[in-house]
Design a protein around this ligand. Structure first.
Ligand code: ATP
Ligand code: MG
Ligand code: MG
Length: 425
């Protein structure tokens, strides 16, 4: 299909599913991970791997030497070295000659750098005219600084780490001043910001594919119509700040109405159009109890809320990411050539999906019975990531159930959700 090798920074489950999609098109993958047994490395046996941290400049340079294009499955990577590789190039020694070679990084390092600091990300979104919850950067990790932030934001508020956040691990709800010492202790020495509490009716998400390098400047700019396409809007359910369920589409049609999904899609595409480079982006939004849509955060990579696309869409988020970063074509939408932009990637006809994350429980094998049950469930596909030892709350795999209707998919997955609840309790 394509002689190019794609280097992935990170080798977890997203890298693994990206590798699966790449293999189907005979694309080569090289993975950088500090674990020899990382999920993506396990299924990429014959291809080059780099052992190391995605924060280590030398390990990233080594990966870049082995590939034609670099991408990420996690945003917490060293962007200084990505900038150097993309802009200055790498020194390559061949038969005594030193040459310089630039390696493409997708999405652009500026996008990764902006997004990996959640406070900078929010400021950028606001500069594009996209609504987010009010937030205040803390000048110091002190009780005084947090009290001052609370004066403008009110209680409760969410104290968040600006960097290294995932699965809610950088979040601490501060319900009153008495929570402040525990919050500062829990989030330690990381740079922090405080966010206004959002009373949300539900959370929704949209996968958006960006197919051109340039970034729009927001406002009345309509670049987003040309350089992005969207997947369906889904409802996500989080428990203890970890994604638990994804409904595609939401069965709650009076809440997640046609108007809401139309608006969410436009907001998400406008937001993604304002970042640099190509690839898929996961956009998380709050639908507030006042019916407003606020962006919670954006991930510059395949995303948990897009796993359902593997079974439920003609093109998975992983296929779309590969096509976008390699400039490969997309199929036309139902209305012809141009309509793929306006109609995006749809659910297959007569298809609705529910995705349930399989999280680790108290024992190393507590999640196994649910996997067996998934195999007995009509319409269910089981994905296990090969993570080894289960820990409470660790994402070990997921199950996607598809049916002809949202309620049909809900009925089929119900017993699995009950089992998952028992594993967690
Ligand atoms: P992810 O794994 O999605 O990257 P994360 O660690 O970056 O997670 P967030 O997405 O910021 O964390 O928050 C996780 C969850 O916590 C949200 O999906 C939402 O349920 C809740 N949450 C976050 N911010 C707020 C807020 N300002 N008000 C109310 N709830 C919030
Ligand atoms: Mg996040
Ligand atoms: Mg999130």
């Amino acid at each position: 299909m394509d002689g190019r090798t794609i280097g992935i920074l990170g080798g977890g489950q997203l890298g693994r599913m990206l590798t699966e999609a790449a293999h189907r098109m005979n694309l080569k993958i090289a993975v950088l991970e500090d674990s020899e047994d990382a999920p993506a490395k396990q299924i990429n046996g014959r291809h080059p791997h780099v052992h190391g941290s995605f924060a280590d400049p030398d390990a990233i340079r080594e990966l870049a030497r082995q590939c034609d294009i670099l991408t990420i499955e996690i945003e917490h990577v060293n962007t200084e070295v990505l900038e150097e590789i993309a802009e200055v190039g790498l020194e390559i020694t061949q038969e005594g000659q030193i040459t310089r070679r630039r390696v493409k990084v997708q999405p652009n390092w500026r996008t990764i750098r902006t997004i990996q600091d959640k406070y900078l990300q929010k400021q950028h979104l606001r500069s594009l005219g996209v609504s987010t919850a009010d937030s205040v950067a803390l000048p110091a990790n002190s009780a005084e600084a947090l009290v001052e932030a609370a004066e403008s934001l009110g209680y409760p508020l969410m104290l968040k780490s600006r960097t290294q956040a995932y699965d809610g691990r950088g979040n601490f709800p501060v319900r009153s001043p008495s929570d402040i010492p525990a919050a500062l202790k829990a989030l330690g020495k990381r740079p922090l910001y405080a966010e206004k509490w959002v009373e949300f009716a539900c959370e929704i998400a949209v996968m958006v594919v960006k197919t051109e390098d340039g970034a729009s400047e927001g406002g009345g700019d309509s670049t987003w119509k040309r350089n992005t396409l969207a997947y369906p809007v889904v409802e996500t359910v989080h428990e203890d700040s970890i994604c638990k369920l994804v409904y595609a589409p939401s069965p709650r049609t009076s809440l997640v109405s046609a108007r809401c999904t139309r608006e969410a899609e436009i907001i998400a595409r406008r937001a993604v159009a304002g970042f640099w480079g190509k690839g898929v982006f996961g956009v998380e939004l709050f639908l507030t109890d006042k019916n407003e849509l606020l962006i919670n955060e954006i991930a510059p990579r395949p995303h948990n809320s897009g796993h359902y696309t593997i079974e439920a869409c003609q093109l998975s988020q992983y296929d779309a990411h590969l096509r976008a970063i390699l400039d490969l074509p997309f199929p036309p939408g139902p209305g012809g050539e141009d309509s793929v932009r306006s109609s995006g990637v749809q659910l297959k006809s007569n298809t609705a999906a529910v995705m349930l994350n399989i999280l680790g429980g108290s024992g190393p094998n507590s999640h196994i019975p649910i996997c067996r049950r998934a195999l007995e469930t009509q319409g269910a596909t089981l994905h296990l990531y090969g993570k080894g030892e289960a820990r409470p709350g660790r994402k070990m795999g997921h199950i996607t159930v598809i049916a002809e209707t949202p309620h049909g998919a809900q009925r089929l997955i119900e017993p699995l959700i009950h089992m998952a609840n028992r594993v967690r309790s």
